[in-house]
Write a protein that binds this ligand. Structure first.
Ligand SMILES: Nc1nc2c(c(=O)[nH]1)N[C@H]1C(S)=C(S)[C@@H](COP(=O)(O)OP(=O)(O)OC[C@H]3O[C@@H](n4cnc5c(=O)[nH]c(N)nc54)[C@H](O)[C@@H]3O)O[C@H]1N2
Ligand SMILES: Nc1nc2c(c(=O)[nH]1)N[C@H]1C(S)=C(S)[C@@H](COP(=O)(O)OP(=O)(O)OC[C@H]3O[C@@H](n4cnc5c(=O)[nH]c(N)nc54)[C@H](O)[C@@H]3O)O[C@H]1N2
Ligand code: SF4
Ligand SMILES: [Mo]
Length: 713
């Protein structure tokens, strides 16, 4: 009997780019994964990771049944037993040590998971702990705080209107590798080429001449973690040269005139001294930006995860506001998603509570993950005794991972919702594995809200849920039911209905209540390629969530940070010994944080986990290409092969994150054979942005020591 070949359309959920896929399959055998040319958002674009969705699905190492750690090693157990044991273990710890003795960590893939996003609140409510963490605080936390302050909601985040801009300045982002972040865009290479083709300009500011910088019109090296000084000088230049441009947005920003005084001490020369970018180049950069018809300044990871990440992201928003780029075509604009996540979530809150040991501020109920290990290791009232992690690998993803590794080992109990036995989940007592991405329905609740063009697309699960498999949302609900059997009537009904019918009805309700007419789940199901809802539209003041419908600049809060800044930069030495370097990260298009390294086709070829070092710097230290180098920071040490290249700024070294798969007791055979080292064994849990608590994984001081190999006898 021949099985019919079927074509399935869906959206890739691996990164933020929302590429449409066309998958040919015969039953559960995948024949090919290609770009869907009829997808109105991505128009056929994909990257190499899309094809690895097949590897993920077929991976023999991927867990399909719950696992329990026993004296005789890992044992497969039934779902019922796993849920019962997981819930009982958590309840026991909470009874003994209090609700907050359970820590929760939510990792990045939860945001790419429809069912997960729609139901996570059920499990969080049932767990009743206030000790929560997530990957947000090694990532985009500053974006949320700026949006919360200025626009009144943590998710009211504007994105670059890359399709229409004439001038784009990119700071600390490498969309050619990452495919864009807090800027959901497919085929960014083409978008950048298009800007240049229509006579525009793209400027990249990065300590590394990245793939994006190569394609751009202009690139400036910047000393790591000095962006804040550059931005202050840029804003100063606007005031001192009368370049402030009136706009609808500026009319809504009461008191902006006072910013001029605040930034006055930060001259172009001061910026040159600390950033390494010539004063005249900064002036030219600002003036060209202001002269362009449509311009946008965009800053991402490289700027967010450094010691002044929050102030930097604030200044980026101010720069756009003061130059008339906010909420205007070709500038920073607010998307209009069909399922309006802003209308369906709380505005957020900041610094309501402080972490027990270091007193770091929470945001929206989550503490900075940089303090997770100390909350486990420091004895006393409120100490974390058990952990619950979902879709996260903080041992490889968060600063001082080695210390966290030790901390997790010391726990009394741990439950992980994850389909790999990896560096983090190996510490679990129970692992609850959900189905793989292509086996579930998908709609990008989060990323349509950050997309450079308004579209909507629902993807149905490609295969029926295998017997004996569970979705993330089913796992949450099963645990919630056990942990919190008594609930107010309406909540119990909601949980029960969701358990029986699945969470899609919640999406349907969001679509029907949303800003675009005639949309529903049913309507989307009839359009497997997705629907085009048009370019970004101006939305001020309507989109503001502050009651008074104005932009709140909150200057006092932000400019109070200048004291900390002066303290650091006024006394900073800009010279360094040859052995010293500042460490930054990097991404590669064939990798995805820590969890796609078990795909042979993604890891094949020469190792990408190398130490990038400039030839002059390498020569000073007698380091040659491929040589092993010992890299030491305040918290740890790794040995890694050097990759000598002038794409990196002298005095700076770069190691990608997400590697270091050589810990004992994991089960990812391909990743294990391509282990690399973890850069987060070098990043420092005490290097944070003091204003937000966000981790500062860029600009970490390290020392380098070449390892001289003994000649073979
Ligand atoms: N292929 C791939 N795609 C991904 C991911 C992945 O791991 N792999 N991860 C996804 C996730 S979770 C995210 S958040 C996004 C991130 O997306 P991006 O923000 O584009 O992240 P990166 O590619 O790390 O780019 C950060 C850039 O900042 C530069 N940088 C480092 N330090 C500094 C500094 O001090 N100042 C300045 N100006 N620049 C600096 C680095 O050299 C790097 O080029 O990517 C997503 N997409
Ligand atoms: N030094 C340095 N550190 C960094 C960064 C950096 O640039 N430099 N980037 C940071 C950023 S931006 C981020 S977002 C974080 C990421 O930090 P994390 O989210 O902690 O780590 P990931 O590597 O994304 O691990 C995701 C885990 O989720 C599992 N998983 C994948 N899909 C699913 C799913 O659908 N359901 C469930 N239950 N599990 C799933 C995977 O098996 C894996 O174990 O890392 C951060 N760490
Ligand atoms: S860029 Fe690659 S990983 Fe990201 S959505 Fe598109 S195909 Fe998937
Ligand atoms: Mo991220």
């Amino acid at each position: 009997m021949t099985i019919k070949t079927t074509t399935h359309y869906r959206t890739c959920n691996l990164c933020e780019a929302m590429c449409g896929l066309k998958v040919e399959h015969q039953g559960t055998k995948i024949l090919s994964i290609k770009g869907d040319e009829n997808d109105p958002f991505s128009q056929g674009h994909i990257c190499p990771k899309a094809v690895a969705l097949q590897d993920l699905y077929e991976d023999p190492d991927r867990l399909k049944m719950p696992m329990e750690r026993t004296e005789n090693g890992w044992q497969e157990i039934s779902w019922k037993e796993a849920f019962d044991k997981a819930a009982a273990g958590i309840a026991k710890i909470q009874k003994q040590h209090g609700k907050n003795a359970l820590g929760v960590y939510l990792g990045n893939p939860n945001v790419h998971n429809l069912g997960g996003m729609l139901t996570i609140r059920h499990i969080l409510t049932a767990l009743k702990t206030r000790t929560r963490f997530s990957a947000t605080s090694v990532d985009q936390l500053p974006h949320h705080i700026v949006a919360y302050h200025l626009f009144g909601h943590q998710l009211r985040i504007p994105v670059p209107d890359i399709n229409r801009t004439d001038h784009m300045v990119i700071m600390g982002a490498n969309p050619l590798a990452s495919n864009g972040s807090i800027m959901t865009v497919a085929n960014v290479r083409q978008k950048i080429k298009d800007i240049k083709k229509r006579g525009g300009k793209v400027v990249v500011i990065d300590p590394r001449k990245t793939e994006t910088a190569d394609l751009a019109s202009e690139h400036h090296f910047i000393r790591p973690a000095s962006d804040v000084v550059l931005l202050l000088a840029m804003v100063n230049h606007l005031f001192s040269h009368n370049l402030i441009k009136p706009s609808r947005a500026l009319d809504l920003a009461k008191g902006y005139e006072a910013i001029g005084e605040q930034v006055k001490p930060f001259s172009l020369e001061y910026a040159e001294q600390h950033t390494g970018i010539a004063a005249k180049d900064i002036a030219k950069m600002v003036e060209e930006f202001c002269a362009a018809d449509k311009a946008v300044l965009y800053g991402r990871m490289g700027v967010s995860v450094q010691e002044f990440g929050l102030l930097s992201q604030y200044l980026i928003m101010l720069f756009n506001l003061l130059t008339g780029s906010l909420d205007e075509e070709g500038g920073m604009m607010f998307p209009t998603p069909a399922a309006d996540i802003v209308a369906n979530s709380g505005p957020g809150y900041f610094n309501k509570r402080q972490s027990r040991v270091r007193g770091l501020p929470d945001f929206n109920g989550e503490f900075p993950v940089a303090c997770l290990s100390e909350e486990i290791l420091t004895q006393g009232e409120g100490q974390i005794k058990a952990m619950f992690t979902v879709a996260g690998n903080p041992v490889l993803s968060t600063p001082n991972g080695q210390q966290l590794d030790v901390a997790l080992e010391s726990l009394d109990f741990m439950v992980c919702v994850d389909y790999y036995l990896n560096e983090t989940t190996r510490h679990a007592n129970i692992i609850l594995p959900p189905v793989s991405p292509i086996e579930r329905d998908h709609y990008d609740i989060s990323f349509h809200n950050l997309a450079v063009h308004n579209t909507a697309k629902f993807s149905q699960a490609m295969f029926k849920t295998p017997k004996n498999a569970r979705h993330d949302w089913q796992i949450y609900l099963e645990l919630a039911k056990r942990l919190q059997p008594k609930l107010p009537f309406m909540q119990k009904i909601m949980r029960g209905v969701t358990a029986v019918f699945g969470p899609n009805f919640l999406l349907d309700a969001m679509l029907k209540r949303g800003p675009h007419k005639n949309l529903s789940l049913k309507a989307l199901k009839q359009q497997p390629h997705g629907v085009d809802l048009g370019p970004l539209q101006s939305g001020l003041p309507r989109v503001l969530k502050h009651k008074d419908k104005t932009i709140h600049l909150n200057q006092e809060f932000y400019f109070a940070d200048l004291a900390r800044l002066k303290d650091k930069f006024d006394h900073a030495s800009t010279s360094q010994d040859a052995n010293d370097a500042l460490l930054i990260g990097r991404r590669h298009v064939r990798s995805n944080n820590s969890w796609m390294h078990n795909s042979q086709r993604l890891v094949k070829g020469k190792s990408r986990c190398t130490l990038l070092i400039h030839p002059d710097h390498a020569q000073q230290l007698n380091i040659v290409d491929g040589q092993s180098v010992q890299v030491t920071s305040r918290v740890g040490q790794v040995v890694i092969a050097a990759e000598v290249s002038d794409e990196i700024m002298p005095g700076v070294v770069s190691i990608p994150h997400g590697w270091g798969h050589n810990r004992k007791g994991t089960n990812q055979s391909i990743a294990d054979a391509n282990a690399g080292v973890s850069v987060n064994d070098l990043t420092d849990d005490h290097m944070i942005d003091g204003l937000s608590g966000n981790a500062a994984v860029n600009g970490v001081p390290v020392t380098l020591l070449p390892i001289v190999q003994k000649a073979a006898v």
